[in-house]
Structure formats: C-alpha cells, structure tokens
Design a protein around this ligand. Structure first.
Ligand SMILES: [Zn+2]
Length: 313
C-alpha cells in the first residue's frame, strides 16, 4: 500500500509546488519590497484617519479592532501562501498556451498598461460577483463591520481569499498578464483597499481631483451602506472608471447619513469572531433589519462634492 501511496503523494506535491511556488524569487522580492511599503501606507492611513476622521464611530475602536485583526489573522497568511504563489504558478503553467501570448505582441509600456487595466477590471467584476447570492455568504463577513477604518480593509473571511484564486490568479494567467505586473498591481490594490476603507476625511480639493479617477474613502463608504441600492454601487478597487462605464457609480450620499453594515446584523454582540468564521455556512438573510424594516433613502441629485462643500461630510 505504501509503495502505491508514495509516488502519488510525490506527484501531488510536485503539482502543488507548480501551482503554489511560495518561495519563487518574484515572491521573495515581493516580501522584500511590498511588505515595508504596505506597512508605511498602513501607518500613514492610521494617522490620517485618527487626526482627520470622516464619519462618527458607532462602536469603540478597541472592540472592532480586536475582532477584525483576529479575522485577518488567517486571511493575510492565506493570501501570501495561496493567492500570490498562484499568480506566479498559474502564469508559468499558462505561458506556453496561445491565449496567454496575446498581449505579448504589444510594445512594453502599452502591454503593461493593458495588463494593469485588465487586472483592475477583473478586480471590479470579482467584487460584483462577491455580491451575488453564493459569494455574498463569504463577503458579508467584510460588510457586516459596523464602522469603517483601516482594519475593515483586512476583515475578510479566509474563504473569500481562497475562492478568489481562480478568478484573480487564474484568469490573469490565462489572459497573459505577467506575474511581475500582477504582483506589482497587488501592492497598489492593497494600498488602495487600505485607503478607501479608511475613515480619513480627504480634503475637499483632493477629493475633487481624485474621485473622477480613483475610488475615495467617501465613495467606498457609500458601498458599505445599509441601504441596498447604495451597497450595490461603487464596486471599483483602484479606478472609478469601471463604475462609470457600468453605471454603478453613486456619489450623492452624505457620509453623515450613512449607516454602515448589513441590516440583518446590527447587533455588535452577535459579531464574535467564532460566529463570523461560520457565517458563510448560515442561511442568507433578507436585506432587512431583524424587525423586518428595510433601510431606504429618498433619491437625490446632489453630488458628493456639493454635499461635502456644504460641510455635510
Ligand atoms: Zn462589497
């Protein structure tokens, strides 16, 4: 029996290393450069949101931070040990095949631009898929946070990280995105995720310049609203372009009027780490508060910038 099992386990480990080469030189370089860059971004975001808060907190920071960091504890290593190695491993496996060579004919800067746009569009579409009934089981762990700040950016169920591998590592590999570009984009992705989930009141002049191009904390705050139509908007991660193209951009909600979270889970006492870890297995709740009422808001034509200029967050 052992004679039969040994070659099989050897083949399996070869297969696993081909898909997840977690000690690949590109990943070692990622560790050397990306980790300190993202640590600096994290500290900067933390200082900015502490000194210039955007929305009033509804819960003590310590209560949410402990919970969010405990949820991040398996998710961040899962990203380093599975998603990032899969970006490299799947690109190597796909490289000889025809679809993966389509972008290779483009001149250098044009190819890099096409790769980055493709990666950001895939991030947008993956986020839209996370709001479909099946994947919402995982993604609601992130959305059920009752306030938003830097730690919300790390509050993901590790299952969501694993579920993203075919889409966020497999598709770019199939479409010929080079792993070095994908890893560099991942640094931008993580930095923008930290910034857009933060509670930083971006100065109005900066908001005016940035929001036509990038997803800002005010724009992403609207995505975390308890009003369903608002949650179903602003899916972009880095560029706001995709929300504009797909008409999912919504910038007309004052931050002071936002209630952050998922209406079915308004009670912080229900949000223990253990319950959040098994939440993907729980049945889907209707989009309503436990008393059956549905959060709603009257539509307005006022833009985010007009609202912010009125001192309305
Ligand atoms: Zn979302």
């Amino acid at each position: 029996m052992a004679v039969i099992e040994a070659p099989f386990s050897h083949l399996f480990s070869l297969f696993a290393v081909a898909i997840f080469p977690f000690a690949h030189p590109l990943l070692k370089r990622f560790d050397r450069w990306a980790t300190p860059v993202l640590a600096v971004v994290g500290v900067a975001v933390l200082l900015l949101e502490t000194r210039h808060p955007l929305r009033r907190r509804t819960r003590p920071r310590s209560e949410r931070w402990l919970r969010n960091l405990l949820l991040a504890a398996p998710s961040l290593p899962a990203m380093r040990l599975t998603l990032l190695p899969a970006v490299v491993g799947l690109a190597q496996l796909a490289a000889p095949h025809r679809p993966a060579r389509l972008l290779a004919g483009l001149p250098g800067p044009l190819r890099t631009t096409a790769e980055v746009l493709l990666l950001d569009y895939l991030a947008y579409t993956w986020h839209r898929l996370l709001h479909s009934p099946l994947l919402w089981r995982l993604h609601r762990v992130h959305h059920s946070d009752l306030d938003m700040d830097l730690t919300t950016a790390w509050r993901f169920h590790f299952g969501e990280m694993l579920a993203s591998i075919p889409y966020r590592a497999g598709l770019p590999a199939l479409l010929g995105v080079r792993p070095a570009t994908a890893l560099a984009y991942e640094v931008v992705f993580e930095a923008c995720t930290a910034m857009q989930h933060s509670n930083w009141r971006l100065p109005l002049a900066a908001e005016r310049r940035l929001v036509p191009l990038l997803v800002t904390p005010r724009a992403h705050g609207i995505h975390h609203s308890m009003v369903r139509a608002e949650t179903q908007s602003n899916f972009g991660v880095v560029l706001s372009l995709w929300d504009r193209l797909h008409r999912t951009l919504r910038l007309n909600v004052p931050q002071c009027d936002l209630t952050i979270g998922v209406p079915a889970y308004p009670d912080p006492a229900d949000q223990t780490v253990a319950r959040l870890l098994v939440l993907p297995l729980a049945p889907l709740e209707p989009w309503a508060r436990p008393d059956g009422s549905v959060p709603e808001r009257a539509p307005t034509t006022t833009s985010l910038l007009e609202l912010a200029a009125d001192g309305n967050c």
